[in-house]
Design a protein around this ligand. Structure first.
Ligand SMILES: [Zn+2]
Length: 178
């Protein structure tokens, strides 16, 4: 079955919403990360952001927050087939694990991880190959949101992890990739 992919306007709108959540995390003093879950027809199911420094809960990442906020509804599935998660940047291993264990069939993020890609590593690991084959991954589909996500993370990492800030500074937009 073809994975559900939104139109580019909807992709832009939901990624902007994930970035708004990332800004909410930043205002709370946590790493700026946000996530939203929507149905294939564009209905919003839930949204979440990073609460790690605000709550002291090391597992309170944006994607986990959005999955928790989705509650029982995510188990029932949307009327139009499947769920799509938008994240403000590539998920970490913990969050990718949560996504793999959920009914989400598509993830979309505007910025690849600069320190190794959990998505690529899990894909090539042989772990749950059927499930990983079913998970559609849309990476860096929107240049404007990509740059906003990158700047937000650079600002955060300049204070908390300057090496990662440097790596993010050196990443090039997709059209410059060979
Ligand atoms: Zn995470």
């Amino acid at each position: 079955m073809k994975p559900p992919i939104h139109t580019s306007d909807m992709v832009h709108r939901f990624l902007a919403m994930a970035l708004d959540e990332a800004l909410a995390a930043k205002r709370e003093g946590s790493q700026p990360a946000g996530a939203v879950i929507a149905s294939a027809s564009g209905d919003l199911l839930s949204r979440g952001h990073n609460h790690v420094l605000a709550t002291g809960d090391i597992t309170a990442h944006a994607e986990i927050d959005a999955l928790r906020q989705a509650g029982f509804a995510i188990h029932r599935g949307p009327p139009d087939g499947s769920w799509i998660m938008y994240v403000s940047a590539e998920p970490c291993f913990m969050c990718l694990g949560g996504i793999i264990m959920s009914p989400i069939e598509t993830i979309v993020f505007p910025l690849d991880s600069p320190v190794g890609s959990p998505v690529d590593i899990v894909r090539h690991s042989g772990y749950l190959p059927a499930r990983m084959a079913r998970l559609a991954v849309v990476r860096e589909p929107d240049i404007e949101i990509r740059e906003r996500s990158r700047e937000l993370l650079i600002e955060y990492y300049l204070v908390h992890d300057p090496d990662r800030a440097r790596l993010l500074r050196n990443t090039k937009p997709p059209q410059d990739h060979p």
